[in-house]
Ligand binder design. Structure first.
Ligand SMILES: Cc1cc2nc3c(=O)[nH]c(=O)nc-3n(C[C@H](O)[C@H](O)[C@H](O)COP(=O)(O)OP(=O)(O)OC[C@H]3O[C@@H](n4cnc5c(N)ncnc54)[C@H](O)[C@@H]3O)c2cc1C
Length: 413
């Protein structure tokens, strides 16, 4: 057990998810002394935190040196389905084995020199003389650091207590996913989902959210859905149905699952908040990944953005440490906030707006939306994906005005 007198590190990171583990990798590569505290036990890691579908794209894999052996299946297409239509776009990607991916990040970080402590649930910030100096974890252990990083995901254990973020239930998306076999991936009347990641907008299946099928090889796929407890969910939800019931309903009614079975032990659950962060840092402190939250609100792509936020925090810490006088004040660490807004999650406000419109639009409008997507060219489509308001406007119709007005009013309220 480490001695509290000497248990001091340049950076203490709470949480070994993609954000925390990547932050640790980048810091140790720069020669810093880093300890990562992870709530789960090492033997079964990740257990509860093995929550992600792991759909990702080449920029993430190459930017962070992710090996092919953690990818279950490389995919060619992204498919968007509405209740009665679909749109196919060629966009190479990969579906990660999220557990193997997390284990790789830990192993690699350790080889580079990071210290990992498992069974180390962080409870509270450690404040001495009015200053944040470390954290308390496990049954009364303390660890000190010049900088403390909260990477505990939607738990945001430290950021909440330090008043850096207030996560609102109305903005919380909840998700469930089964890994399944025996799926008919190329069923008549639907897009061919072989080597594809498919997202379906359909309030009958995911009221106020979306569902997905990510092909993981042969006749297997990850099948899940998520939604927010927002006004659209209240409008389209069916009495007494919970998230598991909606997934079961989809499995019972979609012919692609007629002969499909769940793979034992391969069930995942999780949540993420879709909202603008208040702040991202304070004196001696940064919050990264979904603690802030950083996940893309439109399609839930969080891995790349969360790892980028870990990298932005590592760069910021480096700048604080290499200055002639070490300065980890809020003023200096606010450079991380700037990086987050410009490089990690640019146009977050526009993307939140897009997600609110998409998840509230009625089913027949979603069908029209898919038809319109086929109409515009690939460059314009990329701009929509990137959050261009002008490109987005081309997809809007006059009949969307009341919906937009509702969304804008809700966003301001
Ligand atoms: C069902 C689902 C499907 C998803 N699918 C995709 C997808 O296909 N593609 C994609 O890009 N993104 C996807 N995401 C989003 C993505 O998984 C997240 O954005 C990403 O995992 C967030 O990374 P993180 O490191 O910030 O947090 P997390 O992944 O939440 O990691 C937090 C870590 O902190 C640990 N921890 C929590 N509390 C404490 C504590 N008190 N002390 C110490 N440790 C603690 C946890 O055990 C965990 O290891 C999905 C999310 C869900 C829920």
């Amino acid at each position: 057990m480490p001695n509290s007198q000497t248990d001091h590190h340049d950076v203490v990171i709470a949480g070994a998810g993609p954000a925390g583990a990547q932050c640790a990798r980048d810091l140790v590569r720069r020669g810093y002394d880093v300890v990562v505290l992870e709530a789960e036990g090492e033997d079964e890691f990740p257990r509860q935190s093995n929550k992600s579908s792991g759909g990702t794209f080449p920029p993430m894999l190459s930017a962070f040196g992710i090996p092919d052996d953690v990818v279950m299946n490389f995919t060619d297409n992204v498919v968007i389905e509405s209740p009665n239509d679909y749109f196919v776009q060629y966009q190479p990607g990969g579906v990660l084995d999220f557990a193997k991916f997390k284990q790789f990040l830990v192993r690699d970080g350790r080889e580079l020199g990071a210290e990992y402590r498992f069974d180390a649930r962080v409870n509270t910030p450690l404040v001495e003389g009015g200053e944040l100096v470390g954290v308390q974890y496990g049954g009364g252990n303390t660890v000190y650091g010049d900088i403390v990083v909260d990477a505990t995901g939607p738990a945001a254990v430290l950021a909440k207590q330090l008043g850096v973020i207030t996560l609102e239930r109305e903005n919380q998306a909840i998700a469930i996913e089964y890994e399944m076999e025996g799926i008919e991936l190329d069923h008549e009347g639907y897009a061919d989902l072989t080597d594809a990641m498919m997202l379906r907008l359909d309030h009958d299946i995911a009221p106020g959210g979306y569902s997905w099928i990510f092909h993981t090889g042969e006749d297997t796929a990850k099948v899940g859905l998520c939604y927010l407890h927002n006004d659209a969910h209240r409008l389209y939800a069916r009495e007494g149905m919970r998230i598991d019931d909606y997934l079961q309903y989809w499995l019972d009614t979609d012919p692609r699952f007629e002969n499909a079975e769940r793979i034992a032990g391969r069930q995942h659950r999780g949540s993420a908040h879709l909202q603008m962060p208040d702040r991202l840092s304070s004196d001696n402190f940064m919050a990264i990944g979904d603690a802030v939250p950083t996940v893309d609100p439109v399609w839930g792509e969080g891995i790349n953005a969360c790892m980028k936020s870990g990298r932005a925090a590592a760069i910021t810490a480096d700048h604080c440490f290499v200055a002639s006088e070490v300065d980890t004040s809020a003023a200096n660490l606010s450079a991380y906030d700037d990086r987050w807004h410009t490089e990690v999650a640019p146009k977050m406000e526009t993307r939140l707006l897009i997600s609110r419109v998409l998840y509230r639009a009625p089913n027949d409008r979603l069908d029209t939306f898919i038809r319109d997507m086929r109409r515009i060219d690939a460059t314009e489509l990329d701009k929509v994906g990137g959050g261009s308001v002008r490109a987005l406007a081309k997809l809007l119709h006059l009949r969307d005005v009341p919906l937009l007005a509702r969304v804008l009013t809700a966003s301001r309220g």
